[in-house]
Design a protein around this ligand. Structure first.
Ligand code: ADP
Length: 159
């Protein structure tokens, strides 16, 4: 079974990576789908950069692939032959939105299953947006993002 893990990944964090690694153990293949233009989000990294950082972080896991997409997520799933969509759930913040989106996707593509993995306790508080904010002010985020992302953020913020 092929699964997709869609998101903006701006940039990929250790929280995302934890979900990706655990999903790769559950499915034959996991495709991380980097959404090109998420609505209402101001992106720090270009699509090419987000894909590159996600590839770098998952390079050692043979059944993970990273692709970008700009269509409806259910159409991307269909195109790559995925039967499952994976998402990560953090306490408090994610449930309502994920639930609503899962129901909409179910309506749009009844054969696509939706699986949520609970975020690792260590990364419950990690969100890409908060990370960017503290990194821009010079915070040390080495334990929260993959190595490649640490240097990419330093470069973006000129630190
Ligand atoms: P965000 O919601 O932080 O902008 P994305 O759109 O890239 O991030 O999220 C992709 C998926 O990863 C979503 O299902 C989101 O809930 C999940 N996710 C985000 N951060 C974490 C984390 N720290 N631990 C587990 N899952 C996460």
């Amino acid at each position: 079974m092929i699964a997709i893990y869609p998101g903006s990944f701006d940039p990929i964090t250790n929280g995302h990576l934890d979900i990706a690694e655990r999903s790769a153990k559950l499915f034959d293949k996991l495709i991380i789908g980097v959404f090109e233009a998420p609505q209402g989000k101001r992106l720090l990294f270009t699509t090419a950069e987000r894909v590159k950082l996600a590839r770098l972080a998952t390079a050692k896991i043979p059944n993970i692939e990273v692709k970008s997409f700009s269509t409806l997520t259910v159409d991307f799933a269909r195109k790559v032959g995925a039967g499952v969509m994976v998402r990560g759930l953090r306490a408090n913040s994610d449930f309502e939105w994920e639930f609503e989106m899962a129901l909409m996707n179910q309506k749009l593509s009844p054969n696509l299953e939706f699986v949520c993995l609970m975020a690792n306790q260590k990364f419950q508080f990690v969100s890409a947006s908060l990370l960017k904010e503290v990194a821009s002010l010079g915070a040390n985020i080495d334990e929260l993002v993959p190595g490649g992302v640490v240097s990419a953020l330093k470069q973006k913020f000129g630190k």
